[in-house]
Ligand binder design. Structure first.
Ligand code: ZN
Length: 160
């Protein structure tokens, strides 16, 4: 069976940036499952996997515009510490959920200087070229329930 719209694909993968550092991975023992064609994964990976079958290996380099987008410096913001009520020891690298004009998103603290806190609302992988090595492990039809929920169930998917 080929990966196509409304199929569930289970994959193992390694994701590296252009320097070869591993950003993320899922091995065969803890694979990742997604419904194809519904935006569960980034567009570049979705199109690279279209038509593949179990046993296929896919190596693909995905530019930011097909990944998590280009960096947008207007999403950097300077705040004062009193905006972080109840949070102790604000330090670079901390992440918070924040309401933005694009909905709920994750902001990362990039700098703390005295009372000034710089946050970055870009996705941590914005502007990064994504190099994927993917092993396609299984392809099957999505169940009605999975399509209703918009995500895969079972091994590598949502457990609920
Ligand atoms: Zn579900």
């Amino acid at each position: 069976m080929q990966i196509a719209a409304n199929k569930v694909a289970t994959i193992a993968y390694t994701l590296k940036d252009d320097t070869g550092s591993v950003i993320d991975q899922a091995d065969k023992n803890e694979p990742f499952a997604f419904i194809h064609g519904v935006g569960n994964i980034i567009p570049g990976l979705e199109s690279a996997l279209e038509g593949k079958t179990a046993g296929d290996q896919v190596n693909v380099s995905i530019e930011p515009d097909q990944g998590y987008g280009e960096r947008d410096d207007t999403l950097m913001q300077e705040l004062t510490k009193d905006m972080f009520e109840g949070v102790e020891d604000i330090s670079p690298g901390m992440q918070f959920h924040a309401q933005t004009n694009q909905g709920m998103s994750i902001v990362t603290v990039t700098q703390v200087e005295g009372d000034q806190v710089t946050i970055d609302g870009n996705h941590p992988l914005a502007g990064v070229t994504l190099n994927f090595d993917v092993d396609v492990l299984e392809v099957r039809d999505a169940t009605e329930e999975e399509l209703e929920h918009g995500h895969a169930h079972g091994a590598g998917g949502h457990q609920h």
